[in-house]
Design a protein around this ligand. Structure first.
Ligand code: 13P
Length: 252
């Protein structure tokens, strides 16, 4: 089995001001300097990407964005292209976050187009999948996750997943304080890896599958200790430097 490098990525969502972003980044960079047993990435709002890139220069922390246009360039007022993200030094881009799917109506097909655009441009997509509470209660978790995953595999081909990361984020655990148990998360992570293995066992074996949804310093160690959990996508807790650093350290 391949040893996969743990990735802990901060998704700041639509939070922060220049005044709060600066000390937060300084705190995270200082904590990371002491040595972190994981790759760390920060995904700030677009508007703070340049500032973040400047403040993180010289550190090992990677930069990511929270969304990207499916189009290359041109008349798309208000959109941000993959080339622009590359230009600012982004390595990662979150694709298909549940807030994009559910609040902004991004379809599986649109998510697949964004995924392909990211890969074509040399960005590493962090593809988010996850079921709603009603799906879980109806016993349809695997069906929903499979549908979301298959839509991208079919459009983009399994080969492109060798340059991607997947994040399992059960919608009912996001921002609710209700974290999936380590066994609940592990079960879906193993399912995702198996689903990929149907197409390419090497890609499945190397795939980093992150867990997201109410991860805190107190539960990160238990989650990261599971066989198929290769890190986390952290929302609320990534807005506090110390808490976030503790989560990163839990990757040991
Ligand atoms: P919380 O950590 O705030 O639950 O958010 C998770 C998330 O959506 C990360 O993308």
């Amino acid at each position: 089995m391949t040893k996969r490098q743990v990735l802990v990525a901060a998704n700041w969502k639509m939070n922060g001001t220049l005044q709060t972003v600066r000390p937060l980044l300084k705190g995270i960079a200082a904590g990371c300097k002491e040595g972190i047993p994981a790759e760390v990435a920060i995904c700030p709002p677009f508007i703070y990407l340049a500032e973040t890139a400047t403040l993180l220069s010289g550190s090992d922390i990677s930069l990511g964005a929270q969304n990207v246009s499916e189009h290359a360039s041109g008349a798309h007022t208000g959109e941000i292209s993959a080339a622009m993200l590359k230009d600012l030094g982004c390595k990662y881009v979150i694709i298909g976050h549940s807030e994009r799917r559910h609040i902004y109506g991004e379809s599986d097909a649109a998510v697949a187009r964004k995924f392909m655009r990211a890969v074509q441009t040399g960005l590493i997509p962090i593809l988010c999948v996850g079921e709603e509470l009603s799906d879980r209660e109806a016993g349809q978790t695997e069906e929903v996750v499979a549908r979301q995953l298959d839509a991208v595999i079919q459009a983009a081909s399994i080969g492109s997943f060798s340059k991607a990361v997947i994040a399992y984020e059960p919608v009912w655990a996001i921002g609710t304080g209700r974290v999936a148990t380590q066994d609940q998360a592990q079960e879906v992570h193993a399912f995702i890896r198996l689903r990929l293995a149907r197409h390419d066992s090497g890609v499945a074996d190397r795939m980093r599958i992150l867990y997201g949804g109410s991860v805190k310093a107190a539960n990160a160690g238990d989650l990261f200790s599971m066989a198929d959990i290769d890190g986390g996508l952290i929302g609320g807790a990534s807005l506090q430097a110390e808490e976030f650093i503790e989560i990163c350290r839990a990757a040991e």
